[in-house]
Design a protein. Structure first.
Lengths: 134, 159
């Protein structure tokens, strides 16, 4: 992973981050390993979560992906990213979001983040019992 | 006193509290006690984002907690009171404000060197003494992370 290249850190409850990255790699291949890092909030208080996230982030530009828009993961992500021009947060991560991120990391953050949010929303598709879409 | 839940949880307002307990208890609001959080408007804003629509929130310093808890207790509907640490809860307990109350230990992650009593309870130095002190002050203490988990009384925790 080269210094200065945009990376994603998945900060989630339990082992969701590891599972999502594993799933992304099965779809997109080893390129995922250069792009995404997992972090769980398991067993950590809010200060420890922030420290661990800061350590993973380092000096590189990052997008922090969290599972929920509120709670300890989102809190830590917002705390270390807000006001930092090379850091952004995307909450409610799903697999379509990660796959799009991996292949569009060269986009400017102010274009990439809205794109990722739209990809995430578009990835939610419902089918009713009668076969109609939602 | 209609306090639905009085809980020590270092993550304060988060999924387990709002969804795990809140969905069951349906409180009118969440009262957070702590000097640091009471002084930080941006942290309060982040915590409020985790609340369900219509839920109220109050963030009070330790010295204001007895009065705030008493006020919340007079309201119908019930409040959830949250302390970020056993140390903060003990400071409030010393005022007498928690006499007769049930204190839930729901999530303490002291990290390396902490005394691990349960997967969600890693106590910091001095916490055992504070728990014993609060019990002597008339506070009923037990541990339970979620409503359907086993309730573990203090005596069993310290055995």
């Amino acid at each position: 992973m080269s210094e200065g290249e945009l990376r994603g850190v998945l900060l989630t409850h339990g082992s969701l981050a590891v599972g999502l990255i594993d799933a992304a790699e099965r779809v997109a291949g080893p390129v995922v390993r250069d792009a995404l890092l997992p972090l769980s909030n398991e067993g950590m208080d809010p200060t420890a979560i922030r420290s661990a996230l800061e350590e993973l982030a380092g000096a590189s530009p990052i997008v922090v992906f969290t599972d929920l828009p509120a709670g300890s993961c989102a809190f830590a992500a917002r705390a270390i990213c807000d006001g930092r021009g090379t850091r952004a947060v995307v909450c409610g991560v799903n697999l379509p979001v990660l796959l799009d991120f991996v292949f569009h990391r060269d986009m400017p953050l102010d274009e990439l983040v809205p794109r990722l949010v739209e990809k995430g929303r578009a990835g939610l598709v419902g089918r009713m019992p009668g076969g109609e879409g939602t | 006193m209609t306090i639905s839940l009085m809980r020590v949880d270092d993550r304060l307002i988060h999924g387990q509290v709002v969804i795990g307990w809140g969905a069951r208890l349906d409180p009118v609001g969440y009262l957070v006690v702590g000097d640091e959080i009471a002084a930080s408007s941006w942290e309060q804003e982040l915590y409020r984002m985790g609340l369900p629509d219509g839920a109220r929130s109050e963030f009070v310093a330790v010295e204001d907690a007895p009065a705030a808890i008493q006020t919340a207790g007079r309201e119908s509907g019930g409040w959830i009171v949250l302390f970020p640490s056993i140390e903060v809860a003990c400071r409030v307990a010393r005022t007498g404000a928690l006499r007769g109350a049930a204190l839930n230990l729901g999530g303490i992650h002291a990290g390396e060197g902490g005394r691990i009593l349960l997967p969600y309870l890693q106590l910091a130095a001095g916490d055992v003494e504070r728990l014993v002190e609060m019990r002597a002050l008339g506070v009923e203490i037990s541990a339970r992370d979620l409503p359907d988990s086993a309730d573990v009384p203090l005596d069993d925790l310290l055995r």
